[in-house]
Ligand binder design. Structure first.
Ligand code: GDP
Length: 197
């Protein structure tokens, strides 16, 4: 698939106001600062489409973009702000849960994980919650240009080991860098394949 067009559709704070679920949808989510906005801009090749480095704790928005006029790419609010209050974290969880459990056109959740870090509890917990909801997901490691291939491979392996404690099968895994576009073709083909089904 060649990405010919990528346009902003809408930002929402309410699940009831999301666009009609008439097209396949892929949701991108991860800890704040994981590189989600950069990855969305890299995939779509539209600089500034997703706004990078939003201030933590700001209004939590679900942003819809339409790609090639035939699928939605969704930017979900990040989790794990360092100084976020408990009530805001709970609000996030409720909002995201509502979205994830109700969005009937959601094809796959793209869980972003920082490839520089050893497995983080929050990411693993989030993945477990996807399992409980029975939602398909993949793991997308970000910022792979930041360290050696060996270091990335080690962190990916550690992450897989953690997943295998709770999962019988591993999900699809992508290694990406928004800086040098690593993983772009693989992610796009993955989405394309599902869209063709
Ligand atoms: P978000 O909060 O998850 O949307 O993260 P951003 O996309 O705003 O990225 C957070 C920071 O990491 C910014 O300073 C980005 O420039 C940087 N960043 C994101 N992705 C990459 C990457 O693949 N490589 C490098 N070197 N830096 C990245």
């Amino acid at each position: 698939m060649i990405i010919k067009s990528a346009e902003f559709v809408c930002s929402n704070t309410q699940i009831s106001k999301l666009p009609e679920p008439t097209l396949p949808e892929y949701a991108f989510i991860g800890r704040s600062n994981v590189g989600k906005s950069s990855l969305i801009n890299m995939i779509t090749s539209v600089k500034g489409l997703a706004k990078t480095s939003q201030t933590p704790g700001k209004t939590q928005l679900i942003n819809h973009f339409i790609i090639n006029k035939n699928w939605f790419l969704v930017d979900l609010p990040g989790y794990g702000f360092a100084r976020v209050s408990k009530s805001l974290a709970e609000k996030w969880e409720k909002f995201i849960r509502q979205y994830l459990s109700k969005r009937e056109n959601l094809q796959c959740v793209m869980v972003l994980v920082d490839s520089r870090l050893e497995p983080q509890k929050l990411d693993l917990q989030f993945i477990d919650s996807l399992g409980e909801m029975g939602l398909p997901f993949v793991v997308v490691f970000t910022k792979s240009d930041k360290q050696s291939k060996g270091k990335t491979a080690t962190n990916v392996q550690l992450f897989k080991n953690e997943l295998l404690k709770n999962w019988e099968e591993l999900p699809d895994i992508f290694i990406t860098s928004s800086e040098d576009k690593t993983g772009r073709d693989e992610l796009i083909s993955f989405i394309d394949q599902i869209n063709q089904q």
